[in-house]
Design a protein around this ligand. Structure first.
Ligand code: GLY
Length: 419
């Protein structure tokens, strides 16, 4: 079958690479893709916000499956419109994508179903929000209700920081914020493939959201990740399924908005060992996908088709025993403004090192040259017998890449190694 993948990041390169290997995949198209994705399939210029244009493309190219990698098209209802046009698409409908599209929606759902999460309040106006902040004190978490490309969460250590976040996030007439109690503990990423009623856990993973070593500096889209995540023991995974994922799936189905796709539960594992939901995303994590796809032995296309068709109870997923660790190479200045266009050299030699795979996140080709084309630029993956070997291999490849304009964290995986 012909497949259209929507997206342009490292997650989509990892998906494209994994799907291109599937015997079910005849032709793979990716809109818009990047220089790395272009080596796995055909990149196409398509305005993803123009749903009629996407449908027309699918009809012309005989697309049998659309895979939506990133959240914005899901929240915008691309899957709904494709389904209405008779095109099979992997990912949630707009109503189900509210689990990521609205923090307040998810918090209300947690309240209704008893899913463990931080206490919260929702505000549309600045003054009541400030009064609530002052009553609660810091540290405290301020979240923008809608999609904010990873920039909508402020973990404020002081009241002035929290107050500034509230004022900035409530600048427009439609804006809503959620203010949450600060949760202590260790964060982890839990992914479940869902068909509306059945949830199948994927391998565990953990990412590093802060820009600099020691988990310092501003939040980013993700500076690295690894899988498996030792914090997510089998017992804990069973609790996450029973206390968080399954009640969510049941509640969404009961509302008439069943969730199909990848449900990504951002978790906080408290000092008491209990898992609590930090937030939901409605797609694979980036860079977690770059650690998961090289470990997946099963056919991802077959699994996604089963999810679309409500047949996940027939599926089991097999994973490599090996660990994978991803280092994000970003342009200096990220997550702030960055200059595009610097040349990245020696990529092929780095990718040829043992146990290494390089996924492109923000690159473009200029003749024979690969140029940086954004903030997060490359996901350098090491595979090894354990996290330590995977990490050594990933950093050996990072060190072989010649790109003076880039930077990375040097401590990816520190929590796993400190155990
Ligand atoms: N790893 C964070 C995210 O994908 O949103």
């Amino acid at each position: 079958m012909n497949i259209l993948l929507i997206g342009s990041g490292g997650r989509e390169h990892a998906l494209a690479w994994a799907m291109a290997e599937s015997p079910l995949c005849e032709r793979l198209y990716c809109a818009p893709g990047n220089a790395g994705i272009a080596c796995e399939g055909e990149t196409v210029v398509l305005d993803v916000a123009d749903h009629a244009a996407v449908i027309a493309f699918c009809r012309t190219m005989g697309i049998g499956l659309v895979v939506v990698g990133n959240e914005a098209p899901l929240v915008a209802g691309l899957v709904d419109d494709l389904a209405a046009a008779g095109v099979r698409a992997f990912g949630p409908t707009a109503a189900a994508a509210r689990l990521e599209g609205s923090k307040a929606f998810t918090k209300a759902l947690c309240d209704e179903t008893g899913i463990p999460t931080a206490a919260y309040a929702r505000f549309e106006a600045v003054e009541p929000a400030l009064a609530y902040l002052r009553a609660q004190g810091a540290p405290i978490v301020v979240k923008y209700d809608g999609l904010a490309a990873g920039k909508g969460v402020v973990v404020a250590q002081t009241l002035p920081e929290a107050e500034n976040a509230v004022r900035a996030m409530l600048a427009g007439p439609q804006d809503v914020v959620v203010i949450e109690a600060f949760m202590e503990g260790e964060e982890a990423s839990f992914f479940a493939l869902c068909d509306g009623t059945t949830a199948l856990p994927l391998a565990s993973a953990q990412d590093h959201k802060r820009a600099f070593d020691g988990d310092q500096g501003p939040n980013t889209g993700g500076m690295g990740a690894y899988s498996p995540a030792p914090v997510l023991t089998p017992d804990l995974e069973a609790r996450v399924m029973a206390e968080i994922v399954e009640p969510t799936l049941a509640a969404m189905a009961a509302r008439g908005t069943p969730f199909v796709g990848v449900l990504y539960a951002g978790l906080m594992i408290g000092p008491d060992g209990a898992p609590r939901l930090v937030e939901y995303n409605v797609r694979l994590g980036d860079p977690e996908a770059q650690a998961l796809m090289p470990r997946l032995l099963s056919d991802p296309v077959e699994a996604m088709l089963a999810a679309c068709d409500g047949r996940l109870s027939e599926v089991t997923l097999a994973w490599r025993e090996e660990a994978a660790l991803v280092v994000t190479l970003a342009t200096t200045g990220y997550p702030g403004a960055v200059e595009k266009g610097s040349e990245i050299r020696n990529l092929e030699a780095a990718a040829a090192l043992p146990g290494v795979r390089i996924f492109h996140a923000g690159t473009k080709r200029d003749g024979d040259r690969i140029l940086a084309n954004g903030g997060r630029v490359l996901s350098v993956v090491g595979l090894g017998a354990d996290i330590a070997e995977a990490r050594a291999r990933a950093y050996a490849a990072v060190d072989a890449i010649d790109w003076p304009e880039g930077f990375c964290r040097r401590d990816i995986g520190w929590r796993a190694l400190a155990r």
